[in-house]
Design a protein around this ligand. Sequence first.
Ligand SMILES: [Zn+2]
Length: 410
Amino acid sequence: MNYKLVALIAVAIAFLFDTYMEWLKMKSAGREIPDNVKDIYDEESYRKWLAYYREKMKVSFIRHIVMYLVTFVIIGLDVYANIIKQLSLTGDYLAAIGVLVADMLISLLYSVPCEYADSMVVEQKYGFNRMTKKTFFTDQIKDVIIGLALTCGICCLFILIHHALGVWLLPVFTGVMLLLVLLLVFLSPAIGKIHNKFEPLPEGELRERLTRLLSENGCTVKAINVMDGSKRSSKANAYFSGFGRSKTIVLYDTLLEQMSDDEIVAVFAHEMGHNKHKDTLKMYGMNILNIVVYVLLAWALVSMPEIYRDFGFDGVNYGFAFFLLSAVCLSLLSPLLGLFSSAFSRRFEYAADRFAAENGYGEALASALKVLSKNSFSCLTPHPLLVALTSSHPTVSQRIAALEKESSAL
Ligand SMILES: [Zn+2]
């Protein structure tokens, strides 16, 4: 079997599927706006939104095309095997790190310009961007360092365990990865500090209302913090971070600027719903399935040394196995895995909305969702297939309809 040909065909299929997704994104603009969200944009802001959305889609489409072109060239011309040979990188560890670093640097060549165009040009033009060039590039550098440390660290650990334990790699490495993901969730409040500053929400009526809502529902959190989201964007958000005792609630400063107290408490109640329903834990459970699939595939890839000759290597290259895993296997598999996780996630969103409604914030949440959509220039009419296949949240219109139904039933 010619593995290179198989890989190229697999990438071609993933490309066709992704192109279809991009096309659906473009088709989402200009669809008829449902009645219950017609008041979000007036005529002028709708026209502005349409122009904004089309520019964002253009950047996204260019990125998509360049990414696949680069992948085809890397696979077709044995780029990584040639780099390893040119640099005379020998030994499993060095050769793997060589491929991973090369892959990261090559992807930066298109991802940084595209992200720059998206945030610093399009978002800037429509008044959403608050990042200075310095913040943008500092973020990129931090992300590269963290990304390289993580991927190289994980790959080296994989090699170490594979050398030492052979097929026992499967349970052991899966266990290690699960612990790592758990650790990352646990440390997420601390990790957040790499990019942002957090201050406790000041004493006052709002804080009292939020604390009361927490205690009425038997929730305890370590802190209610305000994050300087305005440093990067005028778009607003709120989320729960961490596990167990390290759990904190984070409100963007932009959320506090743009919403009334009622709306903020409603958004907070929605987040509390996620907490109450243990959604982070459930998502973690779903990640276990993903991790098991990833480890099985990685093991299968390093167990077939004959594959690598077709890509110009002399034998197994663990870094290239990781590349094949992400660029070939996962690009085919992730739409499938995403289908399930996004369907679950949308159910969690409805349940969290219901929780807010049951606490008397249905109407305020509907109004908050409108403010969020308006201020972040959301697409009100994503194509239904796009929502079904990829979206972690139902559309604003669907959420408001469910909230209205909920409120009338109460
Ligand atoms: Zn949510």
